[in-house]
Design a protein around this ligand. Sequence first.
Ligand code: UGB
Length: 619
Amino acid sequence: NVLAHHMEMTLTEEELTAEPYSQGHLFGDDVSEADRSSRVQQLNAIDGILPGGLKGYLQRARSLLKDAQAGTNPFAGLTPQVPDGANLSGSCGPGSETFAEMERLGMKELSGCAFCLVAGGLGERLGFPGIKIGIVSDVITEMTFIQLYCSFILACQKYARKESGKSDLLLPFAIMTSGDTHQHTVELMAKNEFYGLNPAQVNIVKQEKVPALLDVDARIAAKEGFIETKPHGHGDVHGVLHQHGLSKRWAREGRKWLFVFQDTNPLSFRILCATLGVSAKNSYVMNSVAIPRIPGESIGGICRLLDDKGSSLTLNVEYNQLDPLLKETPSGGDVADASGFSPYPGNINILLFSLPRYAERLDETSGVVPEFVNPKWADFAKTKLKSSTRLESLMQDFPRLCKEEDKVGMTQFDRWIAKTSVKNNLEDARKKVPPECALSAEADLYACNARLLQLCGDVTIAAPEEVTFLGITAELGPQIVINPSFAISLEELKSKIRGKISISKGSTLVLEGDVTVDGLELNGALCISGSGTLTGRRVENSGVRLRSIEAAELPKVSPSLQIRGYKKEILEMEEIKLWSPKTVRTSRRPRRRTISYRRDENMVQTRSEVFENAKTWRE
Ligand code: UGB
C-alpha cells in the first residue's frame, strides 16, 4: 500500500526545490546526477510513509524549531498538579484485598486483551551490540526478554481460553520495530518459532525513521546519495498500529484492551491483571502504570495540567522537561516531598488502552501524537545547530488525541512489582540510582518473585546480600524464577503455593507449569515443572553459584554476559518433572522424574535421572 501510494504521488526535483518543501540545497550543482536521483527517490519513499507526508513533517518542524529558538515554554499557562488515580501500592498493594479484587476483575478481562511491544530503540545508552529484546533476563533459565514476553502472552491466552471456553482463542501481539531492529527481530522470532505463539497472532510492524534537519528552516541533511534519517521516538506506535489497520481490526474483532509495554522490563506483566481490573472498574480509555519517582530519575512525571479556563489534562511530562516546568511552581523544581519521592508519580510507559475508543481516536487523528524537538544549539543566539536534529514523539502523549469525555487515569504500584529495566551502560550504571542495568534488573526480578511467594502463605526466604560485579553493586537474594506458565498473577500464585516453604541463602528455585508446591525445604537448586502436586519435598544440594567472569574471558562470552560480568555455575541442581495421575494412567509415563546435575572436583558435569515409579513406565 505504501509503495502504491508514493508511486502515484511522485515528487520531482523541481517540486522538492520549490515551496513548501524548499529543499533546493539537496540538488545543487555540486551534487552528482546519480546522487540527486537517489535523494529524490528516498524523499518520495519518506513522503509515502510519513503520516501527513514530507510536507507536513517539514511544516511542523519549522514551527517547532522556531518555538525552540524563541525559547517558548511548551507548558506555558499550565499549572501542574498531582493527578488522581487508582492506588495499588503500600497498604493497597500486593497482599491487600484491594489488589486481589483488581486482579480477579482483571483476569476476567484477559480474553479481550491484545499486546504491543515497542522495540524500535537501539539502546545507544546501553551500548548493547544487538536488539535489546534478545538480552537474557535471568542467567538461571537464560530466558531472553522476548521469550519471557511471549511466554506471558501464551500463559494469559491459556487462562483466557479456559475462562472464555474458546479453545482456539488467539491473543494478538504486535511488535513495533524500526529500521535498526526490524530484520533482527524478524529473524529472532522466526528462528525460535515465535516462542510457541501462532505466527498468525503476531504482527511485526516497522516504524520509519524521519529526515534529520540542519537548521530552523528544516533543510534536510544528506551525504552523497543518502538522506540522513533518525528515529522518531516511541510515539510512532499509535500511527503504525493505525497505518497497518491493526487497531481497527482488533476493535472490530471485539477485543477490549491493548496493553503496551517496553523492551527490557521483566516485571511488566506482573501488574497486567491488576491494571486491567482498574481500567475495567473505572472505564479508563487510557491507564498509565506509575511508580514512586525519585527526583531527577530518567522517567517522566505524570501531572494534571490545569489551564486558566479550568480544564485539565492528565499527561506525562518527560524527565527533561519536568524540572523547568516545576521551577515555576512553589516547589522550585524536580525535588522530593516529605515522602522522599517526587510528588508526581513516575511514568514507566506501561499503558493500557480501551481498544474501541483507542481505535476511534486513531481513526480521527491517524494516530499522530504531537511532536517535539530537542535541538542542541551551537551558538548563544540559537541560530546554528551542533548536530542535525529531528522531530520526536512519545507514546505516553496519547491523551493529546483524546476528547473531553475520554477518561484518562493512572494506577500507582510499588516499584518492586512494576519496574526495573536494562537501559544503562556499565559506566552510567555505576553512577545512577537506580542503576537500571542487567545486574540490577536480574536482582530486582528475583526480589519481586521472592516477595510474591512470601505473600502466598508460610514462606520464608533468606534475605538478599550485597554483591558486586564489574563495579556495580546490587542486593541479590535467592535466585527465584516464576515462569509465566506457573502463574500470571498473584491470585494464581496463591492457589499454587501451600504448606510451609523455606528457601535458604544462595538457593535457586525455578517454578514452571501447572504445578502446586505443598511444602518445601530448599537448600540448593531446584527446578519444578510438569503438572501435578509436589508435596513435602526437602532438597539439599550444592546448588548454582553466580561467579565473576575473569577479565580475559569476558570478550569471549555472549553479549548478555558481557554486560553482566558474571555467569552461573551449576554445581548441583535437582529437576523434578511432575505428571498428573491422569497422564500416568493413559501413557504410563513416570509420575515423577528427578534429574540431578553434579560436578566433581574436576568440574565434570554428570546428569542422572531417577524415575520414582519406574515400574509402571514402559516407554
Ligand atoms: N522505542 C521505539 O520503539 N522507537 C523509538 O524510536 C524509540 C524508542 P527508551 P526513555 O520507563 O524507563 C521512556 O529510549 O528515554 C522503544 C519514557 O519516555 O528506553 O528511557 C524502545 O525500544 C519515560 O517517561 O525511552 O524513556 C523502548 O522499548 C519512562 O517511562 C521504549 O521505546 C522511561 O521510558 C522506550 O525507549 C522508563
